[in-house]
Design a protein around this ligand. Sequence first.
Ligand code: ATP
Ligand code: MG
Ligand code: FE
Length: 342
Amino acid sequence: WRVLGIESSCDETGVAVVECSPGAPPRLLAQGLHSQIAMHQAYGGVVPELASRDHIRRVLPLTRQALAEAGLALADLDAIAYTQGPGLAGALLVGAGAAVALAASLGLPALPVHHLEGHLLSPFLSADPPEFPFVCLLVSGGHTQLMRVQGVSEYELLGETIDDAAGEAFDKSAKLLGLPYPGGPHLARLAEQGRADAFPLPRPLLHSGDLNFSFAGLKTAVLTQARKLPAGDAQTQANLAASTQAAIVEVLVRKSLAALKLTGLKRLVVAGGVGANRRLREQLNEACQRRGVRVHYPELALCTDNGAMIALAAAMRWQTQVADAQPTYSFEVHPRWPLAMV
Ligand code: ATP
Ligand code: MG
Ligand code: FE
């Protein structure tokens, strides 16, 4: 059966169609994505009201585009999924409203999806999909968590950040280095030219004995160093970028290994925007190979927000049961919503 998924929790409008057949891996038939990055760049961050309005403009054209690309008509769909939370309330309401209206007009089920469950399951659309159970390192712009995952919707939180998320640490450090918003990918690119051991930056909570993270102190340390940077010294700036990336990556790798050891599991799944980071992938691959652990990632294009992961999560979660369910078209969004409550 085929699920159309709509993502609108923050600054990306994503629409995609995923097809699931029994015994076969799920397939992404088509997807449309519009990033609002350029629109928000002038403000140095996401402006919620502008985000909502832009989702309104994009959601239906992207839906038409995705269907056309898949060679499908609305009548070929079996369910409409949408991001119910967490995220910006106004932005969520746009996607949810569009999805539920579409579902009601077609007499199809409208399926609410947790955004992080979408990220977490996104590697199932990759060429090398994982198998349950596994440890998940979820590293996005708003979250940094380690989870034990037994199956769809069976998520046990093992540890999480007590302040900033890893993506936030990338973005805030990048801003201190004068890089454009969102700075994660820019910092990563600059780091390629730098020496990772040039600046001794802190590795917060590395030896805390638990699986929690803290990145706020790192940002302060980067600020102290950034203030001392000689103007126009591109090499020193690249060195600071490389040192910052190394500090974040080392903590993520070491805590992931600790979670694998604690659970005794031999499989790691990485999800979320920071999962696109090349250095993180290299270091995880190397560390896991030595320990006989298999690592799975989302396709690079599916690390950050997209509609495909929302359609997929709905398809995996409801499987075929949904056909029997009585459709209801009242809806609400949950701007704050812990994944463990799913
Ligand atoms: P959440 O999913 O927690 O609500 P979000 O949806 O904003 O937050 P994602 O879309 O998963 O987060 O990821 C965006 C984050 O990923 C940003 O912080 C961005 O800087 C970071 N990011 C993307 N690519 C890279 C990269 N190559 N290296 C480091 N960080 C990256
Ligand atoms: Mg985004
Ligand atoms: Fe996200």
